[in-house]
Design a protein. Structure first.
Length: 201
């Protein structure tokens, strides 16, 4: 009789609908469609801005003469960079190309659990910036996978970058802040199973 009562209780529990918001935290999170759309739109907008600015730089700065914007602190000068962001890591173009592909794959895989608006911004910036520079490496001289990235923003003579680099650095800073606050990609804090109220989409 006790066994029958236990089965009845199990059947009743299975038939009872789960109240909203009380789902098991063990279930894998699914990405919010609005947040995925935000990520995609940011990536497309930043990619378009990067490619348009590079096309402008190739036309307007082709003579190689530097142009002052804020005195010596900020200027414009056209360079073709075989290295990483801000003309770093020259001589490792193939490695950087493969690294960019890996970064894109990681972003796309991580986005499947996206539940944070802040992480959506970070992913969108990183995706747009990484794709912008990867495009240069794939289509620009001297060849596929070894193309030189178009850089033209001169920061006080310290390094020269582009719009894609700005997105990549901004995404890195935002990700670091989110990590310090303990907010995961799914919007949950490391010390709490509930979504962070200021990070949900």
């Amino acid at each position: 009789m006790q066994v029958m009562q236990g089965e009845d209780r199990a059947a009743l529990s299975a038939a009872t609908p789960t109240p909203p918001g009380s789902e098991s935290t063990d279930a894998p999170a699914r990405a919010s469609r609005p947040l995925l759309a935000l990520t995609g739109c940011l990536a497309l907008l930043w990619y378009a801005a990067d490619q348009a600015s590079k096309a402008w730089a190739l036309r307007a700065l082709a003579d190689g003469d530097p142009v002052e914007v804020l005195g010596e602190r900020l200027g414009l000068v056209l360079v073709h960079n075989p290295g990483a962001a801000f003309s770093l890591g020259t001589g490792s173009t193939w490695v950087l190309t493969l690294l960019a592909v890996v970064v894109l794959i990681v972003i796309l895989r991580s986005a499947r659990n996206l539940g944070s608006r802040a992480w959506a911004w970070a992913f969108g910036l990183l995706l747009g910036g990484a794709t912008g520079n990867l495009t240069d490496r794939l289509v620009r001289p001297p060849g596929v996978g070894q193309g030189h990235v178009v850089d033209f923003i001169d920061y006080n003579g310290w390094f020269i970058g582009n719009v894609a680099d700005i997105a990549i650095v901004s995404a890195a800073i935002l990700m670091a802040l989110l990590a310090l606050r303990g907010i995961g990609v799914d919007g949950r804090r490391a010390s709490d199973s509930s979504p962070a109220s200021d990070a949900r989409g």
